[in-house]
Design a protein around this ligand. Structure first.
Ligand SMILES: [Mg+2]
Length: 108
């Protein structure tokens, strides 16, 4: 009988980043690049994005962090859609690269 083995590290979850690890790296990068990062807490509303990032001249974006491939909850879907409908900029980022691309747009 052939042993199945454990599969490649990625599939075993060994090198898979958590939401917290991605968030930490992104927040550190943002702070080094002129953003003020504020944990966004809205008591009584569990659909709100994780962080508000702002920089001078009224530039402000919200970010919901996810683990790679993570999905929004139903409450998050509703809240983020509502914020976007009202003209706010909200990103959902599940990697440092997606965060970098989103924030870079606001740094020109
Ligand atoms: Mg999150």
């Amino acid at each position: 009988m052939k042993l199945a083995g454990l599969g490649p590290p990625r599939l075993r979850g060994i090198d898979r980043l958590t939401e917290g690890q991605i968030q930490k790296r992104c927040v550190e990068w943002a702070k080094r690049n002129g953003w003020k990062a504020r944990k966004y807490v809205t008591p009584g509303n569990n659909g709100a994005p994780d962080y508000l990032f702002r920089r001078p001249y009224g530039i402000c974006v919200w970010v919901e962090f996810k683990a790679p491939g993570g999905r929004l909850s139903a409450n998050q879907e509703l809240e983020i859609a509502d914020m976007r409908k009202d003209g706010f900029t909200v990103y959902v980022c599940d990697s440092f690269d997606s965060f970098y691309d989103a924030m870079y747009e606001h740094m020109q």
